[in-house]
Design a protein around this ligand. Structure first.
Ligand SMILES: [Zn+2]
Length: 173
């Protein structure tokens, strides 16, 4: 690959390491022309299988765009959105699968979004879970209240317990 500093057309690999989880390879490289060093990371390309059967590369920006719409008018910063996108991608990669279905992306978004903003979470879930009535909202709010008490110890797992219920995804990412 080209040197990112001087665009020289070749680089030398100084060191190669497999990440702790075995999901990526990190290479320390040096440019023979300008002698500057940089790191490259090699990992499996994550692809999304849409409900139509179309397969496309996972795009973190699409996740962020979808969540940003749900966060409209809410006190959520771009930095928080970026962090959420990163968490979603990490959770999907941690599953160890090279292909993810669109609905699994929605599931991976729900947990971190419920921590970020309850109103945005309800908006997103209302589309994603295809709420048919106001009662669906009330049920969801009741679940959020009951899980809020135990969420403190589960904060690190990134997924809300309510994610396991059978739901009808309606969000096109
Ligand atoms: Zn260079």
């Amino acid at each position: 690959m080209h040197c990112p500093y001087c665009r020289h057309c070749d680089t030398r690999v100084l060191d190669t390491r497999v990440s702790e989880d075995g999901a990526s390879i990190r290479r320390r490289r040096q440019c023979p022309a300008c002698e500057r060093r940089f790191t490259t990371i090699e990992q499996t390309q994550l692809v999304v299988v849409k409900r139509s059967g179309v397969v496309e590369p996972f795009n973190r920006d699409k996740v962020i765009t979808g969540v940003r719409k749900a966060c409209k008018g809410r006190p959520v910063t771009e930095a928080q959105l970026a962090r959420l996108g990163q968490r979603v991608e990490e959770a999907l990669r941690a599953s160890g699968q090279a292909e993810v279905a669109t609905e699994n992306i929605g599931i991976a978004i729900l947990g971190p979004l419920s921590e970020l903003d309850p109103v945005a979470y309800l908006r997103f879930a209302s589309v994603y879970k295809n709420y048919g009535s106001a009662d669906d909202f009330l049920d969801e709010i009741a679940q959020m209240r009951s899980s809020a008490t135990k969420s403190a110890e589960e904060r690190d797992d990134g997924l809300d317990p309510s994610d396991e219920q059978n739901c009808q995804p309606a969000l096109a990412l």
